[in-house]
Design a protein around this ligand. Structure first.
Ligand SMILES: C[S@@+](CC[C@H](N)C(=O)[O-])C[C@H]1O[C@@H](n2cnc3c(N)ncnc32)[C@H](O)[C@@H]1O
Length: 620
């Protein structure tokens, strides 16, 4: 026997291996995507990490946890924009939306699904288009836009609802002002309208569709899938739509094999209406049971199951995929007043749909996101003074082929736990407020203490200042003291000098007075400085009358014209001295002969400072 080696896998087979690996290890099924572009993208990624063969790339995927995300980002193309393909949006605005609004009553909901919504621009474009037509009030009340994608990163961006100038370039300026709020160089979609847009992850290949949709927008997404997968997805879209629901595809997308079930409204813009099934209503997706059917093994299983459900101590209601009440247990009956008669009615017709909590939103969310939800701390006042608390669990029931069968809503009564919690909270609050009081007293004390401290510090500073002022004053005092001492000394000296002067004066005066001759002392201006007793006797003019007067102005019996020249000479020449005899008339009016000696008065410097006249009466 010859050893025969298995043939090397063809590149296509090797590529399929990669897809299979991704499906099995990460649960993501790319097998329904068109091969050419898919292969190009995978090879592009392999080039980026420097890998040639698909086998090596699988190894690389196995050891690098982040590689899947990178590959995923390369494969999924998130290119999108507001009002992408303007003409198609104009048809939607002018024809489709008005028709959809006209078809429903003022309270009927309008359900929209943007499938493959990428970073949300399409969903918000839909919101704006509908809001323009209905007004914000009606929009908020009636419209729900479900926006789904398989790319979590794109969904996170979409939920953020924040876009740049560039991303918003296709939004007309007046709409930009009305629907977006500027925020840090970006624009955020209005919050009150944003609430009507619900984002969720939905894989068009694997997940069940959202139901009862009036307008289904799936643009530029179908084209990535091969024909078979497109057909499968279109079948689901048909199921998702209400009987005359509208399907809005991308401009490059065709309804290849499904023209039987969709009617074109505008073929060029790829807008279609669903052709309802023969029966009129939507054909439900009936999943194959995923439980191995062993009912035959256990007798009366249905009855047993029904009793078990009904007898559960926890209130529970189950609604079908199209929101019709399917099961109600006893506890739900006694707590909420629903009964077996409500089975088969739409959930929205029951008080339970909005009391104790607005249930429909949660039911819808559980279906869209396929996740169990827990609504905590639901408060309900059943009657006067009767307050109940619930924790509500909303669980989507998913069938074997991943279809939503319905939703189970379980109401856990947590009233007693809540009361205990309330009591604890109350006690806690009391403690907290006591603590706060203590805290505030403490703080007040601390403040007072701080104030005191600062007052003490201020006082200390003032004290220091006073101390230093005091020291300065003391220094000044000492200085003053010494100045005073000096002054005292000067004063004493001055007094001594004054006494001395007085004595000299007295001495001089006594000389002048004792001289029998008349003595007159003149200053340089010829004013009388001294006038002694002899002069008084001679001329009859008192000393105090003469002193200060000009000699020539005195009314005395001396012949002044004769005297003036020698007085002038004495005033000019320090060495001058002259003697003259002149006839005169004395104080008694008798003619007398007077001898006058006129000398220059000069200081130590030698300069003349006045003149001295000594006058004596001659015996005739
Ligand atoms: C080119 S974008 C289109 C966005 C938008 N509908 C538009 O027309 O502007 C295609 C989107 O389809 C999404 N997608 C790809 N495969 C998907 C799948 N299996 N299920 C859901 N979305 C998918 C991608 O993540 C991407 O965001």
């Amino acid at each position: 026997m010859t050893d025969r080696q298995a043939p090397a896998p063809s590149p296509d087979d090797a590529f399929e291996e990669v897809l299979l690996y991704l499906k099995e290890s990460r649960g993501f099924d790319f097998t329904g995507y068109k091969r050419t572009s898919l292969m190009r993208r995978v090879r592009h990624r392999m080039g980026q990490v420097g890998i040639e063969g698909y086998g090596d790339y699988i190894d690389h995927l196995q050891v690098n946890a982040d590689e899947f995300d990178a590959l995923f980002n390369t494969i999924l193309i998130n290119v999108t924009g507001f009002f992408r393909d303007q003409e198609a949006w104009e048809v939607l605005r002018d024809e489709v939306v008005p028709a959809l609004i006209a078809e429903r009553g003022p309270d009927d909901p309008l359900r929209v699904w943007s499938a493959g919504c990428a970073s949300g621009e399409e969903a918000y474009s839909l919101a704006m288009a509908l809001c323009e037509a209905m007004g914000p009030e009606r929009f908020r009340q009636q419209v729900k836009i479900y926006a789904t994608d398989v790319d979590d990163e794109a969904l996170a961006q979409a939920r953020h609802a924040s876009y740049t100038d560039r991303e918003l370039q296709n939004v007309p300026p007046d709409m930009l002002t009305r629907y977006f709020e500027p925020q840090n160089h970006r624009y955020s979609f209005r919050k009150d309208l944003r609430r009507s847009v619900i984002f969720g992850r939905n894989d068009l290949v694997q997940d069940a569709p959202i139901s009862r949709i009036d307008l289904l927008v799936c643009r530029n997404t179908l084209m990535y899938f091969n024909q078979e997968t497109q057909a499968k997805i279109l079948g689901r879209f048909h199921f998702a739509l209400v009987p005359r629901g509208v399907l809005f595809l991308g401009k490059a997308e065709m309804l290849l094999s499904h023209s039987r079930i969709f009617d074109p409204i505008d073929l060029k813009r790829r807008i279609f209406r669903k052709i309802p099934n023969g029966s009129g209503g939507p054909q439900p997706f009936i999943p194959h049971s995923f439980v191995h059917d062993r009912r035959a093994d256990v007798g009366g299983l249905d009855e047993l199951r029904e009793h078990a459900f009904s007898a559960s101590p926890v209130a529970q209601v189950v609604v079908s995929a199209d929101d019709v009440v399917a099961l109600v247990n006893q506890q739900a009956e006694s707590t909420f007043g629903v009964s077996a008669k409500d089975i088969g009615r739409p959930l929205r017709d029951l008080d339970l749909s909005y009391r104790p909590v607005e249930l429909r939103g949660y039911v819808e969310q559980a279906k869209v996101e396929r996740k169990s939800l827990r609504v905590k701390e639901v408060e309900w006042t059943r009657g006067p003074g009767e307050k109940l608390w619930f924790e509500i669990h909303v669980n989507p029931l998913v069938g074997q082929d991943n279809m939503i069968l319905g939703v189970s809503v379980v109401f856990h009564d947590v009233t007693s736990a809540r009361q205990l919690l309330d009591d604890l909270e109350y006690a806690n609050r009391q403690l907290e407020s006591a603590y706060e009081e203590l805290q505030s007293t403490n703080e007040e004390l601390e403040t007072t203490n701080e104030e005191l401290q600062s007052t003490v510090e201020e006082l200390e500073t003032t004290n220091e200042e006073l101390q230093s002022t005091n020291e300065e004053l003391e220094t000044m005092n000492e200085e003053l003291q010494s100045t005073n001492d000096e002054l005292q000394t000067i004063n004493d000296t001055l007094r001594d000098r004054s006494t001395e002067l007085d004595q000299v004066n007295e001495f001089l005066e006594s000389i002048l007075t004792s001289l029998r001759s008349g003595v007159v002392v003149l200053d340089l201006q010829m004013r009388v400085l001294a006038w002694n007793r002899g002069a008084e006797e001679l001329w009859g003019v008192r000393g105090h009358e003469a002193e200060g007067e000009h000699l020539l102005n005195l009314d005395i019996g001396l012949p002044m014209p004769e005297l003036r020249p020698i007085v002038r000479q004495a005033l000019a020449d320090p060495a001058f001295s002259a003697e003259v005899q002149v006839p005169a008339v004395n104080r008694r009016g008798r003619e007398v002969m007077i001898r006058v000696v006129c000398s220059s008065l000069h200081a130590n410097s030698g300069q003349p400072s006045g003149a001295i006249l000594v006058m004596e009466q001659q015996q005739l």
